[in-house]
Design a protein around this ligand. Sequence first.
Ligand code: SAM
Length: 236
Amino acid sequence: MSVPSREPAVIAGMFDAIARRYDTLNHLLSAGLDRRWRARAVASLGLTGRERLLDMCTGTADLAIAAVTDRHRAKDVVGIDFSSEMLTIARQKVRAAGLESRIRLARGDATAMPLPEASFDAATVGFGIRNVVDPLAACREFHRVLRPGGTLAVLEFGSPTAPGLRQAYAWYFQHVLPRIGRLVSKHDAAYSYLPASVNAFPSGAAFARILQQAGFHDVQFRRLTFGIVYLYLARR
Ligand SMILES: C[S@@+](CC[C@H](N)C(=O)[O-])C[C@H]1O[C@@H](n2cnc3c(N)ncnc32)[C@H](O)[C@@H]1O
């Protein structure tokens, strides 16, 4: 399967087009596990209620909302995304949840974050980094905007390693998921792009090395749900 363009305008346009169906498809295609993966990412940060958190590639703000409402939560969140339609949905959800004073949303690119240096205690990016044309540049930006000692949590898809499960998941991911995605989102390419972009992403130790290259230390990763998702943690 070819890897489609990761040109920022193409990716942003694709997310603009699927924004209204994005949450439904997320919950449907992951059988509701996506909420649990985000909760694990937030819990891994050891938040105390005093932190300022950046949620990059915030999309429809599910991770940003979890970060101010979960048991261990941040004081406030800045959510950034380059898709204006995803941000429109995010704003509606933040308003409906009465969280406007705690979550600020803005348009911006992960490789040139419109943020001052050392201005965040913690940062997250959920299912966004594989879309970024230059992940190292984005990791350098996370390093720049986090204060020394601050923590970054990255959630991204991977592939299960257990024999049997690996094949079954690959079949679901390559054949079933794109069909359901196409049917519900009415977008031809977005849900074929998903498996292609996951296959092209340097997951596990390879992404951990990118984080180290960007200057992070104490880089760790763990597999969630048999390796369908990886959670990376890194200290500035
Ligand atoms: C798969 S969605 C994930 C949204 C959300 N974080 C979640 O957990 O559901 C990926 C998001 O990353 C955004 N994105 C991709 N590349 C980006 C970039 N270079 N800068 C800013 N946002 C980006 C897309 O617009 C999209 O909203």
